[in-house]
Design a protein around this ligand. Structure first.
Ligand SMILES: C[S@@+](CC[C@H](N)C(=O)[O-])C[C@H]1O[C@@H](n2cnc3c(N)ncnc32)[C@H](O)[C@@H]1O
Length: 215
């Protein structure tokens, strides 16, 4: 998607992807990453996810997000005072425990994530259309220091019945994108029931999966 698409969504408060209570699987599956306390965690395409607030209890959090409005809302909602600085091609908000980059994830460089040990991707990979997904994963794999681990959440459904975002990402695609990494499915659940937009599109299944990936 173009940047303008996302800026419009934030401007119009059209943010159905935002989960005010956080993702139910984060507390359950985060321990599978076996991270040392204080290991810095990258949250790409972070929006104003409250999952960052949960992660922050254990880890310094590095976010990256196109929309300044999203990051300003996150800071406001969590009563955080940030100082904004320029960081090369991006801007960055520094608040206690948080380093929040504002700009295109593809402009995030290896220096910015040189200390990162883990990644939490919920609604980031699946927010991107196919060619951009390849580029996104290749970019993360290029800039992250060796030994990273990731908790990834994907959705899979019949893409011929509706358009993304969120886009359908199959188990095969996850394996392909992360070839050469250790990829383990932690959980799969059909979450179609009660999801009006997906039910109205005539889908018969909407499979959500959690993955542990080790680079
Ligand atoms: C579907 S939302 C998910 C947000 C968050 N991960 C969550 O769970 O609520 C995708 C987010 O990615 C941001 N985004 C899209 N493309 C981006 C890019 N190229 N670089 C940085 N952020 C991007 C959008 O502004 C949007 O906030």
């Amino acid at each position: 998607m173009e940047a303008a698409f996302w800026h419009r969504r934030w401007q119009n408060n059209d943010i159905g992807f935002h989960q005010p209570d956080g993702h139910r699987w984060l507390p359950r599956h985060w321990p599978a990453l076996s991270l040392p306390p204080d290991a810095p965690v990258l949250v790409p395409l972070c929006g104003k996810s409250v999952d960052m607030h949960w992660l922050r209890r254990q880890h310094p959090v590095v976010g990256v997000e196109l929309s300044r409005a999203a990051l300003d809302s996150f800071l406001d909602e969590h009563r955080l005072t940030a100082s904004w600085q320029s960081a090369g091609d991006l801007e960055v908000a520094l608040a206690p425990g948080y380093t929040l980059y504002c700009g295109d994830v593809f402009l995030l460089n290896a220096e910015a994530v040189s200390h990162v040990q883990a990644v939490y991707d919920r609604a980031a990979l699946i927010a991107l259309p196919p060619p951009m997904r390849e580029r996104y994963v290749a970019h993360l794999r290029t800039i992250l220091p060796a030994g990273w681990r990731m908790l990834l959440v994907t959705l899979e459904y019949d893409q011929s019945k509706m358009d993304g975002p969120p886009f359908s990402v199959s188990a095969d695609e996850v394996q392909r994108l992360f070839h050469g990494c250790a990829v383990r499915q932690l959980e799969v659940e059909d979450v179609l029931s009660g999801q009006a937009r997906f039910e109205e599109a005539g889908l018969e299944a909407l499979r959500e999966r959690a993955w542990l990936i080790e680079g």
